[in-house]
Design a protein around this ligand. Structure first.
Ligand SMILES: [Zn+2]
Length: 193
């Protein structure tokens, strides 16, 4: 049987509550963040408090970003994410899209200008004639394959500004199953790209 205690810790000036679960069965420290943002830290029995706190401080970036994403995934009745959490998810999303754009563009070799992250209600991304690409910050919490699909979708709009057959042929070079991916985006998430 484990022992559960409610704790708080200050991570980057944010008071974070967590459940500390000390159990003889735990071999090492484990962090888990659940839908809604509930944060559970499992540790071996009798682990020194200062080691636990040191570990949490080291993992602060990961913990805060994870809590922000899991709160976003929470049911509608829970409180909305804070400005700080939004900022954090935007940083995560921007890093993600830069990395994946670069990766997929090794193949496509298109030219783009600025890449920005926005708080859009209904779109995953958009692309302008000037070659500027916008992405929704919620990309940070999409399953990796769906986020990649959105990135490739917008990347291909640099060449084809419409949803013509030519456009889908370009997308299909990376995602032959783009129809299913698009359906999944629409059904389970925000809306179409
Ligand atoms: Zn499109």
């Amino acid at each position: 049987m484990g022992e559960c205690m409610q704790r708080t810790i200050l991570l980057q000036n944010q008071k974070i509550e967590y459940t500390l679960n000390a159990s003889a069965r735990s071999r090492r420290m484990r962090l888990a963040v659940y839908r809604g943002g509930r944060f559970v830290v499992s540790v071996p029995k009798r682990m020194p408090e200062r080691l636990i706190e040191k570990f949490l401080l080291e993992k602060a970036d990961w913990i805060l970003a994870k809590i922000a994403s899991m709160r976003l995934l929470a049911p509608v009745e829970s409180q909305p994410i804070s400005k700080l959490e939004l900022k954090r998810l935007k940083v995560v999303a921007l890093e993600l899209v830069h990395r994946r754009l670069e990766y997929f563009n090794q193949y496509y070799q298109f030219t783009y200008n600025t890449v920005t992250i926005r708080n859009q209600k209904t779109r995953w991304g958009s692309c302008s004639r000037q070659g500027n690409i916008n992405f929704n910050y919620k990309l940070a919490i999409l399953p990796a394959r769906l986020a990649d699909y959105v990135v490739v979708h917008e990347l291909c709009h640099l060449r084809e500004m419409n949803h013509s057959q030519k456009f889908w042929d370009l997308v299909a070079k990376t995602f032959p199953d783009h129809k299913a991916l698009r359906r999944d985006l629409r059904k389970n998430h925000l809306g179409p790209a």
